[in-house]
Each structure stands twice: as structure tokens, then as C-alpha cells.
Write a protein that binds this ligand. Structure first.
Ligand SMILES: Cc1ncc(C[n+]2csc(CCOP(=O)(O)OP(=O)(O)O)c2C)c(N)n1
Length: 292
């Protein structure tokens, strides 16, 4: 199922806002990402009745509250498995996960490779602010060692992970990176991710002015550079090179990689069909497969 088959509605970006007030701090990058999401949904004409917005716990994980859609605010780090189940149960819906670097790569880190390698048909938007914001500033897997926080008053001992290399390595079929200060680019990348059939991952740098005092808006502005236009997103080797960073230590912004592979729901449907089930599989048929 791809979202191209869904009913289209005409809604302006602001019409995707729910009645819940956005509670993030002034100047938080998450506002920019949310605007990018509204814009992407509007440009794709996604009907809120066909949309599931799912998250774990964190400032970024509050995002589903602010979007008109079906939603689940689940447990810290567990949005991925819940979204995988939701997508398999409702394969004709548009499923989007939103969450932070702590939610996705600390407590939820064990789930990330499996969504990628299974090619679960959902979009994962990771709000990467290099810190745990909701819990008022602990270092995360994407924090730079220079960042001082409550848990690292003298700086951190660890090298930050590279989410792009990670996702490419585990087989994500759409990998992109944006910056909250560029909501139009965020919207383009999220739109592409939602249109993509398969596991799409969008890493978005997002400043946390309250707790991460070194990754400022200016820091990210100077850090990011658009991926050269002659890059072919079908070229995995070149995507890996770009994921390691552009020249002069710049972080890439844009679409690194996109490929087409069967999705988990398609592969399961095929298995069910093989054993005589209906091609529009239902979960009971899958359970039947594993009965002795
Ligand atoms: C099982 C469990 N452990 C820890 C917490 C506390 N906790 C809530 S949010 C969070 C991290 C949030 O950071 P991140 O996911 O990066 O999102 P941000 O708030 O920065 O957007 C933690 C550790 C929790 N809610 N549940």
C-alpha cells in the first residue's frame, strides 16, 4: 500500500493543527519541524482519518497531540514496535513516528535496526537535539563530548553516533537529513518520506535552547550544507560517503538514499497467500501459521 492510493483532502497546513496547544519552549527547534510536518501533510492532501501519528516519550514525542490524526503516545522508546504493529494491522494507513534522539537511540535503540531491515512501511521523523529535553538535560547518543549537561558536568566521555550511517547500514530504504531552521526543506524531506513505500527515516537537527547550550541555531546553520545536486540517491556507496560528512566537516542536508524493496506487510501477505490465506491478509492468518 502506498499513500498514493489514499483519498486526498484539501487542507491548509494550519488545518492539520489539533486543538491541543503546543507546549514547547520558545525558540525550540521542534516548532520548525512541526511546521514542516503540517506543510508536508497539506501538500500530500493526507486525510487525518487515514493517518496514525505514534510516539514514545519526550518533548518531541508530544508531537502527535498537535496533529489532527489518529494517535498513540506510547512508552519511552517503544513507538517503533507499536507503530510496526499498527502498520501491519492497518496496512492501508499512513503511519508516522515522531521522537527524539534519546527515545529513538538510547532506550529505543534496540528497535531501530529491525524497523529498517524489515522495511516496515512507515515514516520515522527523529527530532535530533543532542540532549534529553523533557527530563531537563541529560546527554544522549548524539551529544557532542563538549556538551555539558546535568549528567556530564565536565563534558561527555563518548563519541556521538551517526544516525545516517546507522540507518543506511541496517537497510532503511529512504534516508534523509534536515534542520529545523529550514522548515521548507524539512517539509520536502518529510513529504518524500511519507510518499515512500517502505521504512523512511528523516533525521532533523533541532536546537534545544533550554538545555543544550552548544548546539545553537547558529551552530546548526553553519554545520549543514545541502547535498550536491549531482548526488544520485540510488547510489548506496555515495550515500554512505555523504553520511560520513561533506567536506570541511559539514553535515549533509537533503535526501541521501532511496531504494525500492518489498515491505514487511507485503512479504507477510505473500506468506499468507502461499498457505492459502487471502492476499489482504489478516493477523489471525499469521497467528495460524505459527500454531503447531
Ligand atoms: C522507562 C522510562 N525511562 C526514562 C524515562 C524518562 N524520560 C522521559 S523522556 C526522556 C528522554 C527524552 O529525550 P529525547 O527522546 O531525546 O526527546 P526530547 O525531549 O529531547 O525531544 C527520558 C529519559 C521514562 N519516561 N520512561
Amino acid at each position: 500500500m502506498s499513500i498514493a492510493a489514499l483519498n486526498k483532502v484539501e487542507m491548509k497546513p494550519k488545518e492539520y493543527k489539533s486543538d491541543v496547544s503546543v507546549v514547547w519552549c520558545p525558540g525550540c527547534g521542534h516548532h520548525g519541524i512541526l511546521n514542516g510536518i503540517y506543510r508536508a501533510l497539506s501538500e500530500l492532501g493526507i486525510d487525518p482519518d487515514n493517518m496514525m501519528s505514534i510516539s514514545g516519550i519526550g518533548c518531541s514525542s508530544r508531537t502527535p497531540y498537535f496533529i489532527k490524526s489518529y494517535k498513540m503516545h506510547t512508552l519511552h522508546g517503544r513507538a517503533g514496535p507499536v507503530a510496526t504493529g499498527a502498520q501491519l494491522a492497518q496496512p492501508d494507513q499512513c503511519v508516522m513516528v515522531t521522537g527524539g534522539d534519546g527515545d529513538g537511540f538510547s532506550i529505543g535503540g534496540g528497535h531501530m535496526p529491525h524497523m529498517a531491515r524489515k522495511n516496515v512501511n512507515l515514516t520515522y521523523v527523529l527530532f535530533d537535539n543532542g540532549i534529553y529535553g523533557l527530563t531537563k538535560g541529560q546527554y544522549s547518543p548524539t551529544s557532542r563530548p563538549e556538551m555539558t549537561a546535568y549528567t556530564t558536568p565536565y563534558g561527555g566521555p563518548d563519541e556521538p553516533m551517526n544516525p545516517l550511517l546507522y540507518m543506511l547500514t541496517y537497510g532503511a530504504t529512504y534516508v534523509a537529513q534536515g534542520f529545523a531552521g529550514k522548515p521548507k526543506i524539512c517539509a520536502e524531506l518529510i513529504k518524500g518520506a511519507l510518499e515512500h513505500k517502505g521504512f523512511s527515516y528523516v533525521n532533523i537537527f533541532s536546537q534545544c535552547p533550554s538545555f543544550n547550550k552548544i548546539d545553537t541555531v547558529q551552530y546548526y546553520r553553519d554545520l549543514v550544507a545541502e547535498i550536491p545536486e549531482d548526488h544520485d540517491p540510488g547510489d548506496f556507496g555515495s550515500a554512505m560517503e555523504i553520511a560520513r560528512g561533506l567536506s570541511e566537516g559539514k553535515a549533509p542536508m537533503g535526501l541521501l538514499y532511496q531504494t525500492s524493496k518489498p515491505t514487511l506487510d507485503e512479504k507477510l501477505a505473500e506468506i499468507v497467500t502461499k498457505v492459502g490465506g487471502h492476499k489482504d491478509y489478516d493477523l489471525n492468518k499469521i497467528v495460524d501459521l505459527y500454531r503447531p
